[in-house]
Write a protein that binds this ligand. Structure first.
Ligand code: PLP
Length: 277
């Protein structure tokens, strides 16, 4: 089953108009929420960010947010999802194609679930990343449906045999194509501040809290390409990638190609959090 607006229908029944503004303009926002053991992880934080993204593009939920929360939980139950994700998006709806906001359209909400497992192998061995100039717009803090910049960067990384692209604006490292980037230098954790140049990841915030609990000082400050390439440890975070070690960036090997000590401690803390009842 999928959720379409306020109804549960089969995927075949779920129809969206060809002039939906999400389809034509990417005029909408989305969230990806992790489900561990049948439970939605950090649901409140995801819905809060969803609302923030909606406000940023002048969209309003067509029903109460409590209804949306109930609908998402029901969707997980109906689909017997144990481990996977919920994808949810809202668009400005269907209207005759014109750039300006149409009058009187009803936003279209759609959500579906997908089973996925944790990327255990990569979490243990780490991934390689490829550097890409950040050619995206200046509102990367909005979780917008417009992901072409991210798509092109990820493909460039894949074409180079890497699993993630790390963006930089000139010398300054911003984030990954679908992750936030962290480095460890001299016993401190550094990550780009949550401004308009990055998406403030739910996993990013979670990991910052875990680091504080572990006594690892956190500095939310941007760092340079050179600081990235000569870091003691590098990892990226996201809802599906969790705390993912990066062991190679372009031609530079990081942490002798192994999962670093702090990265491992953060991975352990994260794993405890998602497996606790
Ligand atoms: N940055 C970008 C550009 C993303 O697309 C994502 C997730 O898709 C993230 C960061 C990580 O966000 P989260 O931890 O909320 O999944």
């Amino acid at each position: 089953m999928i959720l379409l607006n306020n109804q549960f229908v089969s995927r075949d029944e779920g129809k969206v108009d060809i002039e939906d503004r999400g389809y034509q303009f990417g005029d909408g926002v989305y969230e990806v929420i992790r489900v561990y053991n049948g439970k939605l992880f950090s649901l409140a934080e995801h819905l809060e960010r969803f609302k923030r993204s909606m406000v940023a593009i002048s969209l309003k939920l067509p029903y109460a947010s409590e209804t949306l929360t109930d609908n998402l939980k029901t969707l997980v139950e109906k689909n017997n999802l144990r481990n996977g994700i919920i994808y949810i998006q809202i668009t400005r709806g269907a209207a005759s194609r014109n750039h300006g906001f149409p009058n009187n359209t009803t936003p279209v909400i759609s959500a579906y679930t997908k089973e996925i497992s944790r990327p255990i192998e990569a979490l243990n061995s780490g991934i390689s990343a490829h550097l890409v100039e950040d050619f995206r717009w200046l509102r990367c803090d909005i979780k917008s449906l417009n992901l072409l910049g991210n798509v092109l960067a990820k493909q460039e990384a894949l074409d180079h045999g890497c699993q993630e692209a790390i963006f930089h604006r000139g010398e300054r490292v911003t984030e990954g194509s679908s992750t936030n980037v962290f480095i460890i230098r001299a016993g401190k954790l550094l990550t780009h501040p949550a401004d308009n140049f990055i998406l403030n990841g739910i996993t990013r915030r979670y990991v910052i809290e875990l680091a504080c609990q572990l006594g690892l000082p956190v500095i939310e400050k941007s760092f340079t390409l050179n600081e990235l390439l000569t870091a003691d440890e590098v990892f990226v975070t996201s809802t599906t990638q969790e705390v993912m070690p990066v062991v190679k960036i372009n031609q530079s090997t990081i942490a002798e190609g192994r999962v670093g000590k702090w990265t491992q401690l953060l991975q352990n803390a994260f794993e405890s959090a998602i497996t606790s009842p």
